[in-house]
Design a protein. Structure first.
Length: 402
């Protein structure tokens, strides 16, 4: 296949609707990328993740070995929905206006993907690598780094480059840590019936009120929590609990038999779901509601709760992540943009959003989150990539590859 410019390749990637929230397939995009990287010096593996979703692994140069040498570039190929009426044109047709390229995923994060794909092809054609260069393209990141979690299982026990760039949009600032995101559904049971006979039913929404009070109290107490790592998050230096949605009731004349409270929790590096979930249970039981803990996942329907039950179901866990401020690789990436000397730690930055880095840590990857684009314009209508940063990024990454 003819080599495309980074911008033309980005346009091709944007043209694939890979919206993970609506389970759009990533396999057609994967077919295109595999054809584009069909080269005798590029090794390819495709990992089925179900529902026409897949993780893609590409490698050139020497094969990865147990010493962890080389470099891994990681990006996700899925995007968030583009249904907002404020879009001024088709979100899946990339357009250039002035100093920006506009389209769903242009910033988060198909811009980085396009650059990484071309760099891998360039490296394969040069044939001069002395260490492995890997490219991992994951699916379903936007619904909880699900694809990277599957990849951690799919790849377990195999060697992989330690030096890893997760190319989320950071405005080309090296990010050394991020918060996690724990998704929880709380199912409060009731007993349905005709609202004309309230004594014959149990209103699940009313039963959920003390649960909400317990969550409110827990959220307020979390605002006061600080760890040493909190300095990475100066705007929000504490773990965050959000009641993100409530679903209950079927009709105005039917007593609600179920109420589901959807909760998101952003934990600091060093905090875990295993430690937090008992705190959540205690906060609810402190309001006089007995709790049963359950595990679930995004693909399973929620369990039903009887009229006396309150089920806390942990749905998905994007782990928090951080590497040491003096990490050699962090210093190396920092030196690309800030002119740091060798062994001089760059200024530390953190991200309030989760990334695939937390999932890859279990494989031994020492990730720096680093890529072009502003996260502030991601997930919004007319999402855009600044063309100046997009043009600067390939040379920066080439220095890491060398």
């Amino acid at each position: 296949m003819t080599v495309l410019s980074d911008l033309d390749l980005l346009a091709r990637l944007v043209s694939f609707d890979t919206t993970s929230a609506t389970k759009r397939p990533t396999r057609p995009l994967g077919d295109f990328v595999c054809d584009y990287l069909d080269h005798q010096k590029i090794r390819v593996e495709r990992f089925d993740c179900g529902g026409d979703q897949e993780n893609l692994w590409f490698e050139t140069g020497p094969r990865s070995s147990g010493d962890g040498a080389g470099l891994l570039l990681c990006g996700h190929v899925d995007v968030v929905p583009a249904t907002e009426p404020e879009w001024t044109a088709d979100p899946f047709i990339l357009r250039v206006e002035g100093d920006r390229a506009i389209g769903r995923g242009a910033c988060d994060m198909k811009g980085f993907d396009a650059i990484a794909i071309n760099l891998l092809r360039e490296a394969a054609e040069s044939g001069s690598l002395e260490a492995p260069l890997g490219l991992l393209l994951t699916c379903n990141e936007e619904i909880g780094t699900v694809g990277a979690g599957q990849f951690a299982t799919q790849w377990a026990g195999r060697p992989i480059p330690r030096r890893t760039v997760v190319g989320e949009p950071t405005s080309l600032r090296p990010i050394r840590g991020h918060k996690g995101h724990l998704g929880i559904s709380i199912v409060v049971g009731g007993l349905g019936g005709h609202t004309g006979f309230p004594d014959r039913g149990v209103n699940a929404i009313e039963r959920a009120m003390p649960v909400l009070e317990g969550l409110r109290d827990l959220r307020q107490s979390m605002v006061e929590e600080r760890l040493a790592i909190s300095a990475l998050f100066p705007e929000t230096p504490f773990p965050v609990l959000t009641v993100a949605g409530i679903d209950g009731g079927s009709a105005i004349n039917v007593t609600p038999e179920s109420c589901v409270i959807r909760v998101g929790v952003r934990l600091l590096p060093g905090q875990s779901a295993a430690d937090f979930l008992p705190r959540l249970r205690s906060a609810i039981e402190g309001r006089g509601i007995s709790v049963t803990m359950k595990s679930g996942n995004l693909d399973q329907p929620l369990p039903r709760a009887s009229q006396d039950e309150c089920l806390v179901v942990d749905i998905n866990n994007t782990p928090s992540y951080a590497i040491d401020a003096t990490s050699d690789f962090l210093v190396e990436v920092g030196g690309l943009v800030d002119g740091h000397q060798k062994h001089e730690a760059p200024q530390s930055h953190g991200a309030n959003f989760g990334t695939d880095a937390g999932r890859l840590a279990g494989l031994g990857c020492e990730s720096v989150v680093f890529g072009p684009g502003d996260i502030g314009v991601a997930h919004k209508p007319d999402e855009w990539m600044p063309l100046d940063e997009f043009a600067r990024t390939p040379d920066l990454l080439r220095r890491l590859i060398r």
